[in-house]
Write a protein that binds this ligand. Sequence first.
Ligand code: GLC
Length: 481
Amino acid sequence: MPKNMKVLFAASEALPFASTGGLADVIGSLPSALVRNGVDARVVIPCYSSIKHKNSSDITYLCDFTVKLAWRNQYCGLFTAVSNGITFYLIDNEYYFNRQSLYGSYDDGERFAFFCKAVLDMLPRIDFFPDILHTNDWQAALSGIYLKQIYRHGDQRYRPIRVVHSIHNIEFQGIFDHAILGDVFDLPSQLASIVDYNGCINLTKGAIVCCDRLTTVSPTYAKEIRSPSFAFGLQHIINQYSFKTVGIINGIDQDYYNPETDQTIVHRYSSPEGKAKNKLALQHELGLAENVNTPMISMITRLTSQKGLDLVTAVIDEFLCDDVQFVLLGTGDPGFESFFRRLEEKHPSKVRSIIAYDKALSKKIYASSDIFLMPSKTEPCGLAQMIASRYGTVPVVRETGGLYDTVKYYNDVTGDGNGFTFSRYNAHDMLYTLRKAVGLYRDFRDKWNELADKIMKIDFSWNVSAYRYTELYRDVLSLER
Ligand code: GLC
């Protein structure tokens, strides 16, 4: 490996600063694992106002400068912070980032175009020109596009920088009207073909074209997105550029998710028996019947159809005829939110639907429940099945993407496998599998505890995958310039 290989991650969210989902986990943990491999990894994200309010004493002002975005001259403040041994850079602009939520504004295109320009304009100010710019999802895609198409023809320090782009979820591509190509994205018309796809600007397509290597977050998802059923229209581009595509499974931060040391859960534990006290405490907190032997099934998820909720809504009433408890935590589509609120009203002694995004509560649920349900229609990687396993909660998943790569069917004769899986996207297949899991829990508690104990010990850390990224970077750097 070249000495002190420098990697700058650009992303729209990262733990512990801003998080709406799995991307934040990855950007908050992969860089630390790379640092342990001797890589100088740093991270840049927008400085959302929530970050300034929550962490005011931990973040330090570095400098400010003006970012030119088409006809706009925008203030850009640069802050820095260190977390988990990683240097973070925070791009500040109140107009763009003082919003209620991270995404969903009418001008998201402009907000993240500003961010992407600021990332590149920041480099001379911090005197850090990385060997690799690692961009993540569409919000950071323009940094790689600007770098390859514009900046590298200017200041020669930009020229050697290589770009790795990661797709965390191909559903979100950054699609915009062509009319804003120059006015918002500041791209000249001769570059239109780079970002053009199906008559629109598609920033993910632009990133795929411009990057040196494309990664996605599991080997199976890397194969799946070559087909129209998974690619949300981008299959032609993915196939065209498959020569530079690789799937690397995500890891989790096994220190942050550690039932032995986790201060957010009620009782710390190192074997599945230790879950009982957490379960009783959660049942008490949520007002469910306090019975340690009632199987508790949980879901912690964005409430969108990608997550397989159509299957759940179809058969949950049938499932709730059994003696089980069901705890759901998540926010998302209003239709699903009200479905699960109503479900709780219908089954007050068995169901709790907490419509919220709450990291602390999520850990309590992982620590308390027996079975974790993840019937996703598509799942690029999925982290929850790994986190659940770490807390001794047996995953029931559909065989897709990273779920297929991380969960293998449990065989009660040989003891092989680490969860329960089903393959067809079919509600009764899910119900059947869920009942198999409940049956093992209820009738063969010894085997169940062995399984739970085994999955708590699986190495889902970043170690192997960080090594694979390091190899990938090294490979990219050896490409002819
Ligand atoms: C997205 C994907 C999820 C993946 C995460 C981190 O949230 O939907 O499957 O684990 O990104 O890569």
